[in-house]
Design a binder for this molecule. Structure first.
Ligand code: SF4
Length: 363
């Protein structure tokens, strides 16, 4: 299992972790450095027990490449005949760096067909994962172009996944024993009349008795009374809204995904529909922090009656805001994209702790 035994009421728990030595580029960061997930020995044991012809490796955040390097090294040592193919977000955003890790091939982007592998179109292999919780995506990409976000670089277009395929994936999760399902969509509410609403109606007809969660953030602009009521009826238990800032000028110049009045209206609509737990994400460590005004943004969200969670900014190469940091940050070293490190370097420990305390007070 990928998370520890200790879970909250929604099946969430901290990842298992092992303390490892802090890499040199993060020597100035007063934080411990961990390897999250299964212990390395488990992985090495797997490589000793089974033979693999091809090993596909991927990771999401660019600054997690240290783990990718360990995986490639272990495969090279214990399965020297295997072909190692590296892909995913890190390989797409930092292809030159990814090419230095020793894989046989680095794949940029989403298209795996050129690999010529017999890739399955079937159900995801959830049997190997934790059965109580699951994740699902019914769309890919996002129509917005927020200047701090890497989603448009990974998914150039927004598209719905076929409804029957998504439903079958959900049934599969339910059959395996899932009780909580988190939507990992980047724009779950976009074009809801054509995508999410029919999906929720199908869920209600099937009576699957699942609880749903939205940790990837919902766009408050698209919350309507009908949609909010249907989400609550279908079993949505937690609502995370991407707010980021209450400063109009900052909202506008970073892409205008949502404005303060829209956020306030969405919170009220969700409450009227019976939504219990509503959380607002507010960005911290953004290069335009002064204009963004974290403190005022936390207070504004709290005044609307939401809990606030701070999401630290990561300077992702290729994004306008990430590129604006290039003069002061060596973006060629992906460890410098680390959100905790970047935020601490920009704002200092005292300010970060004060703002985190303020956000905790909204819980
Ligand atoms: S709306 Fe969300 S997912 Fe879409 S570009 Fe903006 S931050 Fe990224």
């Amino acid at each position: 299992h990928l998370v520890s035994r200790k879970r909250d009421a929604f099946g969430r728990g901290r990842f298992d972790q092992q303390l490892v030595s802090r890499p040199v580029p993060l020597a100035d960061i007063p934080r411990r450095f961990y390897r999250f997930g299964r212990p390395r020995e488990d992985f090495r044991r797997l490589l000793l027990e089974q033979k693999f012809d091809i090993v596909l490796v991927q990771t999401v955040m660019t600054y997690w490449y240290v783990g990718v390097r360990e995986v490639v090294d272990d495969v090279r040592e214990l399965q020297p005949h295997a072909k190692v193919i590296l892909g995913g977000v890190y390989a797409t955003l930092c292809p030159a760096h990814a090419a230095s890790l020793g894989a046989d091939q680095v794949v940029r982007g989403l298209d795996l067909k050129p690999l010529g592998l017999p890739l399955s179109e079937g159900l995801p292999f959830w049997e190997g994962a934790d059965r109580e919780v699951g994740v699902l995506k019914i769309t890919e990409g996002c129509p917005f172009r927020c200047t701090y976000c890497s989603v448009p670089l990974i998914y150039p277009n927004f598209a719905a996944r076929p409804l029957d395929v998504c439903l079958e994936e959900l049934r599969h999760l339910a059959r395996l024993g899932a009780r909580h399902v988190a939507f990992y969509d980047d724009a779950l509410l976009f074009k809801a009349d054509r995508i999410l609403l029919p999906f929720l109606e199908a869920i209600l007809r099937e009576n699957l008795n699942l609880s749903f969660h939205t940790p990837n953030a919902l766009n408050a602009r698209f919350v309507t009374p009908e949609l909010a009521r249907l989400m609550v009826r279908a079993g949505f238990k937690t609502f995370f809204l991407g707010f980021e800032s209450s400063a109009y000028a900052w909202q506008r110049k970073t892409g205008g995904k949502v404005y303060s009045q829209e956020f306030a209206d969405a919170v009220r609509t969700l409450r009227q529909a019976g939504a219990g737990l509503i959380t607002a994400y507010v960005i911290i460590g953004h290069p335009d922090s002064e204009e963004q005004n974290v403190e005022a943004s936390i207070r504004f969200a709290a005044e609307q009656g939401t809990r606030v969670m701070l999401s630290e900014f990561a300077p992702i190469p290729g994004t306008p805001d990430g590129e604006s940091c290039r003069a002061s940050t060596d973006l060629c070293e992906p460890l410098n994209h680390n959100k905790t490190a970047f935020t601490l370097r920009l704002l200092g420990e005292e300010t970060v702790n004060r703002l985190k305390g303020l956000a905790r007070g909204t819980a």
